[in-house]
Design a protein around this ligand. Structure first.
Ligand SMILES: Cc1cc2nc3c(=O)[nH]c(=O)nc-3n(C[C@H](O)[C@H](O)[C@H](O)COP(=O)(O)OP(=O)(O)OC[C@H]3O[C@@H](n4cnc5c(N)ncnc54)[C@H](O)[C@@H]3O)c2cc1C
Length: 376
């Protein structure tokens, strides 16, 4: 039976970075992926993902983000491909909303350059933004986006160069502890390793049943529209945003990579699901939810539809990540529960998973992400 130092299950956003980080440390690494590399069935497809430093969700993410930026630049260098685009970011909402207060708190605690712009000032500076007067935005110049599918390709290519083996179309059916190591059974065979890294995205609970209520898949839908005023939605004129208003929480991107203004609503229509049975059809109700947000806040983008896609979130109860070693088997580590905001961290999560596998712990303060918090 082939023997590895580390097996990584799931070669998507987090897993591709983990395979690379492990291989570059000289370990014998096997990455196992159930679909293709890359593919459009999980959480990481749809061209790109927002990255932002002004982290309203919690200021503890900011040091990890700084490292994530460094590592995105590093993989860009290794792959000779531009993956991280800086456009600036806007976090908008009512003055006293969690988004605005949280974003300001992160900026102040971590000394991030930022400006508070009211709706009028935002429109003047970035004409595509037409927020109502009761909303304000925190503008932070380091925000932007990462090319998510290309990043997976870059990491897998770099992992190969560093000696890793990656096998696609090979779902893992089961794993079990084997002495101090693990044994993994797939559709094509069986492998053993000293360590196991589980980066299975929306499928996480199928491999770790204890995650059933802690990493719950949710169906999302994204739209790309042809703006009526395209010049207002270009890389140079339109910062990425994340905003909350009476109609919900929305996010969006300037036009890049594929045609159209990309726009989504967090927790779209609140449909929790099973990753193997998610409805990938697109319905008029899906588009209606997205059009409402575009018409309210970005009416100059309200042109013809260019694309609609489904995607999966994997939510934890408090919407913070799960980054930990397995509670029973220290040779197994888990990255899950990214709750719709994980991709920007994939570069640093890869490094953290490599630290877990090689040292049993990470140098980062990961208290916010421990599994044990749900038992308290
Ligand atoms: C619509 C949408 C918009 C988002 N926007 C943002 C954003 O702007 N910024 C941001 O930072 N984040 C965003 N996110 C969240 C981010 O994309 C996810 O947190 C991230 O992609 C999760 O990566 P992952 O590696 O956990 O999952 P995936 O990339 O899905 O990887 C998991 C992999 O494991 C494989 N796998 C699972 N089970 C098995 C098995 N048994 N055997 C073999 N392989 C297996 C899967 O096939 C998959 O390839 C968004 C998510 C969605 C859906």
């Amino acid at each position: 039976m082939p023997q590895y130092d580390v097996i990584v299950v799931g070669v998507g956003g987090m897993g591709s970075a983990a395979v690379y980080q492990l291989a570059r440390r000289g370990l014998r690494v096997l990455g196992l992926e159930q679909f293709d590399i890359p593919h459009d069935q999980g959480s990481s497809h749809g061209t790109n993902r927002i990255i932002r430093l002004a982290y309203w969700e919690h200021p503890s993410y900011v040091p990890l983000l700084r490292r994530a930026y460094e590592l995105w630049r590093e993989i860009e260098h290794v792959s000779a491909e531009r993956l991280l685009f800086v456009t600036g970011s806007v976090d908008a909402g009512p003055k006293d909303s969690p988004t605005v207060l949280g974003s300001l708190r992160s900026c102040e605690l971590h000394h991030l350059h930022h400006e508070i712009l009211d709706a009028g000032a935002l429109h003047e500076r970035f004409p595509g933004y037409r927020l109502p007067p009761e909303l304000v935005g925190v503008y932070q110049p380091d925000g932007g986006f990462v090319m998510s599918e290309r990043a997976i390709v870059a990491y897998v290519n770099a992992a190969h160069e560093a000696g890793a083996e990656v096998r696609a179309r090979e779902p893992v059916a089961a794993w079990e502890p084997d002495g101090g190591g693990v044994r993994v059974r797939t559709s094509r065979g069986a492998y053993t390793a000293s360590k196991l890294v589980l980066t299975a995205g929306p499928w996480a609970a199928k491999l770790v049943p204890a995650l059933a209520r802690l990493a719950v898949p949710e169906r999302q839908v994204l739209i790309w529209t042809r703006p009526r005023r395209p010049e207002r939605f270009r890389l140079q004129t339109f910062p990425v945003f994340n905003m909350e208003g009476p109609a919900g929480r929305f996010y969006g991107f300037p036009e890049y990579g594929v045609p159209g203004f990309k726009f989504g609503k967090y927790h779209h229509r609140g449909e929790t699901t099973d990753a193997d049975r998610v409805d990938r059809g697109i319905y008029p109700e899906d588009e209606a939810v997205l059009r409402e947000g575009i018409r309210l806040y970005f009416p100059d983008a309200d042109g013809p539809t260019l694309a609609l896609k489904t995607c999966l979130f994997m939510n934890s109860p408090d919407e913070h990540f799960i980054l930990d070693v397995h509670p029973e088997f220290p040779q197994v580590s888990i990255a899950a529960g990214f709750s719709g905001h994980g991709f920007k961290f994939a570069s640093v999560v890869g490094e953290i998973m490599a630290e877990f596998a090689t040292e049993g712990r990470s140098r980062w303060d990961l208290e916010l992400f421990r599994l044990a918090r749900f038992a308290r």
